[in-house]
Write a protein that binds this ligand. Structure first.
Ligand SMILES: [Zn+2]
Ligand SMILES: [Zn+2]
Length: 130
């Protein structure tokens, strides 16, 4: 059973069935609306998504898409889009265990930030830089 939650703990959800696809999205919309260099998503069937607790706030982020957040702490939980009817596109960080979820593809590579391909070459600290 795959489970997920938000940062404050109010939202808890579970996924029955399997993840359809795990993708890194490099589009400008995701970069802007998530405030991040790129966004990783795991798509599941809407019918396999069960909200166990908490309340979601929902915002229109483009002509076709909505972003669903924890009502209390604003952790992004999933996106939905009229381009992908029947899918909840989970923000991968909302899943409780992400180690086994390895992205399969990069989409919107045309707007991918150039430095991302060299990220593993940067000096890396186990924790914060002192
Ligand atoms: Zn929360
Ligand atoms: Zn995107």
């Amino acid at each position: 059973m795959i489970t997920g939650s938000c940062n404050c703990g109010a939202i808890k959800y579970q996924i029955t069935g399997k993840i359809q696809k795990t993708v890194n999205c490099h589009c400008n919309l995701c970069r802007k609306m998530n405030g991040s260099a790129f966004s990783t998503y795991a798509a599941v069937l809407q019918s396999n998504f069960e909200l166990i607790s908490g309340k979601l706030a929902s915002f229109k982020v483009s002509e076709n898409a909505r972003k669903h957040l924890c009502h209390q702490c604003a952790t992004p939980i999933y996106n939905s889009s009229s381009n992908y009817v029947g899918l909840n596109i989970l923000h991968i960080g909302s899943l409780d265990s992400v180690d086994e979820l390895i992205p399969e593809v990069n989409i919107y590579g045309e707007s991918k930030l150039q430095w991302l391909s060299r990220i593993s070459e940067l000096p890396t600290f186990d924790q914060s830089m002192k």
